[in-house]
Structures are given as C-alpha cells and as structure tokens.
Design a protein around this ligand. Structure first.
Ligand code: SAM
Length: 270
C-alpha cells in the first residue's frame, strides 16, 4: 500500500504505508495518520505531509529555536496552528511562562494526542492554554501581548488561507511586544516561489526587520524549507543567547548557517 502526495503538477512524493492509524473528515480538512515503512508515523492533512516522526525535528526546531534563543525573556508565546504539538514541544524547551496555542481543528489535536508520543505530554503542560478558533478571528480580537509568535499553519489553501493575508500580519503586529519577534513557516523555495514573493512583500511592509532562514526538510516539497523571522524594531542580526538542550538538528553553528541566503533566493527576495 502507498500514499502519494502531489507536490506539483509533475512531481509526486510516494511512501509505502504499513497501516492506516487514523482517518477522518473534520469540519475543516481531511485528517489521515499512517504507519509507514521509512518515516514512522505520518500526519497528512488534505493530502499534504504535515509531520513524520523521522524528520519533523528539522522543521520544528528551525521554526522555533532561532527566534526564541535570541529573545532575552521569551515569557509569553503565541503559537498559531501547530495541532500536532511538535512546535509546542520545542517552545517548552525555553524558559517560557505561558503559551497560548490557537488551533482551528480540535480533531487534529485529539488524533495527534492519541498517536504521537510527544503530543500527550506537551498538551498537559500547565503553562499551555489551547484555544480552538480560527487564527484570523483570534488575532483580530485578541488584546494579548507576546514576546514571540510562531506561525505553524498549513499551506495557503483551505483553512490556513487567512494566515497569508496582509490584514492578518497587521493584526499580528499589534499582538507583539516591542522587542518581540514572529517566526513564520514560509513554504518551499523550490516549489512555492510565488507564495514566498507575495508573503515577503507583505512582511517588508508590515515589519522593520525581515530575516529569511533555511533548513533541510526531507518530506516537504523540494526537501528544503524557508522560514521568516520578523521584528517590530530594526535589528541587525539574530544572535543566540541560549541554545536549548535535547535538540537533534539545531545548535550554534546551524543557527548561523541557516541565515546564509543562496543566490537564487537573494534574487527572489529582492
Ligand atoms: N508544518 C506544516 C506545514 O508546514 O504545512 C503545518 C503543520 S500543522 C499540522 C498545521 C496546522 O494549522 C493544522 O493543525 C491546521 O488545523 C492548523 N490551521 C490551519 N488553518 C488554521 C487557522 N485558520 N487557524 C488556526 N489553525 C489553523
């Protein structure tokens, strides 16, 4: 048995599956979790790979640590999306006081708590408040103030579309403390250049500093992923003040190397 993700018109990524562990059409999306031959347990939403046990750490560590490690006291953190709990797991490795996670689909959280070992643990942490709501609405109505905001949403099709609009980032900016920062999963430099170009334009208009960051991500389209770290105020660079323990990818050298921009991306991000 195989599961195949269509990554573009001419490219599919196909993995052999041993068992279907979960399958449900929620109010928002199709949720599937497979046991696979090579990648461990895999979460798929609307036919797209979200998390595999074998390589999720590349993504979750890259999305969280370069930002949180650079903040002196990342006490109040907001996570948008991230239903599988991997982002939350990495955030809790920092001296945070309170984490609010806004996830639209309770079925994703419930399924991941049953199937992914880290999820049960992180969602029972007393510093965490989980809110089941559309992030577009939440950021419009919230008057919270955060040191760090982490956007771990799916692709800009379906429920996550609202998280790619200019108004969304304007509202996010209001929730950010002056010295705070936002970490954004920003899709594939190989397959999603239009999305990246449009997102970058919005970010440059809404924030004083925008830093691209790159990491390998084997099971995502193109195997190579982009993140943006943005700040209200002007910052020259992002230096790590602390390196969390128990990481599998992130360390001081990786922190610095991730900010090196390949030539083709310099041209795209002109
Ligand atoms: N790493 C994945 C990627 O790059 O595509 C994202 C993983 S995470 C599972 C994506 C989460 O965002 C899902 O749990 C989904 O339910 C949630 N999500 C999508 N749209 C949302 C919205 N408008 N508000 C809050 N959560 C949303």
């Amino acid at each position: 048995m195989y599961f195949s993700e269509r990554q573009s018109k001419g490219t599919e990524f196909k993995v052999r599956i041993k068992k279907v562990l979960f399958r449900k059409k929620s109010k928002f999306q199709k949720i599937e979790i497979f046991e696979t031959e090579d990648w461990g347990k895999v979460l798929v939403l609307d036919g797209l790979f979200m998390v595999t046990e074998r390589d999720e750490f590349f993504y979750h560590e890259s999305l969280v640590h370069p930002l949180l490690s650079s903040l002196r006291e990342p006490s109040e953190v907001l996570i948008i999306g991230g239903g599988d709990g991997g982002t939350l797991r990495e955030v809790l490795k920092h001296p945070v006081k309170r984490v609010i996670q806004v996830e639209i689909d309770k079925d994703v959280v419930d399924a991941c708590k049953r199937i992914f070992s880290w999820a049960r643990k992180v969602y029972s942490d007393k510093r965490v408040s989980l809110i089941f709501e559309d992030a577009g609405k939440f950021v419009k109505n919230s008057n919270g103030k955060f040191d760090a905001i982490i956007l771990d949403t799916s692709d800009p099709v379906g429920p996550a579309e609202v998280c790619y609009k200019k108004e969304f980032y304007r509202n996010l900016n209001k929730l950010l403390k002056n010295k705070g920062g936002i970490s954004i999963q920003a899709e594939s430099p190989i397959h999603h250049t239009n999305i990246i170009r449009n997102l970058y334009k919005v970010l440059k208009q809404e924030f004083k500093s925008v830093f691209p960051y790159f990491s390998p991500m084997p099971t995502y389209p193109g195997g190579y992923w982009l993140y943006f770290f943005v700040f209200k105020n002007k910052r020259k660079k992002i230096s790590p003040l602390r390196i969390p323990s128990e990481t599998k990818y992130y360390n001081k050298e990786i922190h610095h190397s991730g900010f090196a921009i390949p030539e083709f991306m310099k041209n795209l991000l002109k």
